[in-house]
Design a protein around this ligand. Structure first.
Ligand SMILES: Cc1cc2nc3c(=O)[nH]c(=O)nc-3n(C[C@H](O)[C@H](O)[C@H](O)COP(=O)(O)O)c2cc1C
Length: 470
């Protein structure tokens, strides 16, 4: 190692600094000068010092910045997964929440990965809103020096599926950045497509020199600023493996004659180790209304008793329709698959016109589709078109400090007429009509990092309560 050579220091100045001031003043001066020096750019250091800190035989691993925009933590989990995989391949990573990421930094990045969900009707999560607006605006710089890949999280029951990820992907390309890997759009079961995205990315990225020369097992460090709320909890129960929560009590909240139908529900979380904070949501896996199952069987002229295999398990077809698949919401993907299979020109025309598609999907369920566009299909064929039952998220309406081991919800029953037929929301009427005290309901806690009470309970807050309406 070469010893850094310093330019000669003015001896008079040194004498005055060491003899004049008191010991305390000298200590203060040394701290002051150190702070001043550390604000200077590294580039002003003599080259010999820079070289001694970056020996050529041990190059720094290349850096990838992994950014996430998340509402309930799914995108953050996916981003953390990417970070862990990249680190084992020898990449140095910088994980950041878009909420905290300074926009001006983007210009100096070499490679970024962006994992982002879509909220509202095709909008970015609140935490990514500012970054999104900036990137879409004319303030965004040219990004020719940047390489990127986007993983989009969403839900196929929304018409604007993964819209925010799509917007980011297109915008980064338009600004001149180079796409490392194709964007992956993930439905509610996001784990497998996220893993596929990471694996593809690892193939598309160059192998870092440090990994090629020696095996690296860097420890994963989350450098993102966060209140830590997304950190994995102790509970073994989650979205993939929900807890069977017993219903403790159920009370109608509306007076006689009210046009509303709102329920207060109390569930036991005892033994689950599940914990939550105000602002979090409870995910529920509902069962479809039996009347809707009957309508589907009738419309498609299928046999509910027939044994079918679904997800590797054999069970009566009616059971699958009741518990395993989405029936009360029609999705664009289902319509696409049904149009392709039936080769129906009218459905294809609806799909080709975004306004007609939006109108068609609004309020219709699977039975409506089968009635309006009948086709001779088997039980197995119908199952190919249907989407796995996604959970419904309800804002939690209790505080664990007041009700430890319990979680309460306020749920408005969704019932409406469509083409003179009664229609019902699957989860809200499941809770309102088909669950009684002591019945078990599969639940999990969906955390929300961004809607939290201030830690200091002296802080003034304004509370706005949109939602159920009692
Ligand atoms: C109120 C709300 C609105 C949503 N809107 C959309 C949407 O327009 N398009 C979409 O693809 N997904 C939508 N989603 C689904 C989320 O993107 C999906 O649940 C995702 O996994 C959430 O990831 P996150 O926890 O990182 O935010 C919405 C979810 C909620 C709760």
């Amino acid at each position: 190692m070469t010893t850094p050579k310093l330019a000669p220091i003015d001896q008079d100045l040194l004498q005055r600094l060491t003899n004049g001031p008191t010991v305390l003043q000298q200590m203060w001066l040394s701290g002051y000068l150190y702070a001043l020096a550390s604000q200077s750019e590294v580039a002003v250091l003599p080259q010999s010092i820079q070289q001694s800190q970056a020996p050529s035989e041990l190059p720094d691993p290349p850096v990838i910045t992994v950014l996430y925009g998340s509402q309930t933590g799914n995108s953050k989990k996916a981003a953390q997964k990417a970070v862990a995989s990249l680190q084992t391949q020898g990449w140095k990573t910088n994980l950041a929440d878009l909420n905290d990421y300074p926009t001006r930094q983007l210009k100096s990045e070499k490679r970024i990965l962006l994992v982002v969900s879509t909220q509202g009707e095709g909008e970015p999560p609140a935490s990514a809103e500012e970054f999104y607006q900036w990137l879409m605006s004319n303030r965004a710089p040219r990004l020719e020096g940047l390489e990127f890949a986007v993983c989009a999280l969403g839900d196929k029951s929304y018409l604007k599926f993964c819209q925010t990820g799509k917007d980011f992907d297109a915008r980064l390309e338009a600004l001149g950045a180079r796409r490392l890997s194709a964007r992956v759009d993930c439905d509610v079961d996001f784990e497998a497509p996220v893993e596929a995205w990471i694996q593809q990315l690892l193939k598309d990225l160059p192998v870092p020199a440090s990994a090629a020369s020696k095996s690296v097992a860097l420890q994963y460090v989350d450098t993102a600023k966060s209140n830590g709320h997304f950190q994995e909890k102790q509970s073994q129960y989650d979205r993939k493996s929900p807890f069977q929560a017993a219903l403790l009590a159920k009370t109608p909240l509306n007076g006689r004659g009210s046009k509303k139908e709102t329920w207060h529900l109390e569930f036991s979380l005892e033994g689950s180790n599940l914990s939550y904070q105000p602002g979090d949501a409870l995910g529920i896996y509902p069962q479809n209304p039996p009347a809707l199952v009957k309508e589907v069987l009738y419309a498609a002229m299928l046999n509910g008793h027939k044994l079918v295999t679904y997800n590797g398990r054999e069970m009566p077809f009616r059971q699958v329709l009741l518990k395993e698949v989405e029936l009360s919401v029609l999705t664009k993907e289902m319509l696409e698959n049904y149009a392709a299979w039936t080769n129906n020109a009218r459905i294809k025309a609806i799909l080709a016109d975004p306004t007609a598609l939006k109108t068609f999907l609004y309020g219709r369920n699977v039975a409506d589709l089968l009635r309006e566009f009948p086709a001779a299909l088997s039980e197995e064929t119908l199952l190919q078109f249907l989407r796995k039952m996604p959970p419904r998220l309800y804002s939690i309406a209790s505080s664990p400090e007041v009700y430890p081991d319990e979680v309460h919800l306020t749920v408005a029953a969704v019932r409406y007429l469509f083409n003179d037929r009664a229609h019902a929301g699957a989860a809200s009427t499941f809770l309102a009509d088909r669950v009684e005290a002591d019945d078990k309901v599969p639940v999990f806690v969906a955390q929300n990092e961004y809607v939290k009470l201030p830690e200091n309970d002296q802080t003034d807050i304004i509370m706005v309560g949109p939602g159920t309406g009692v």
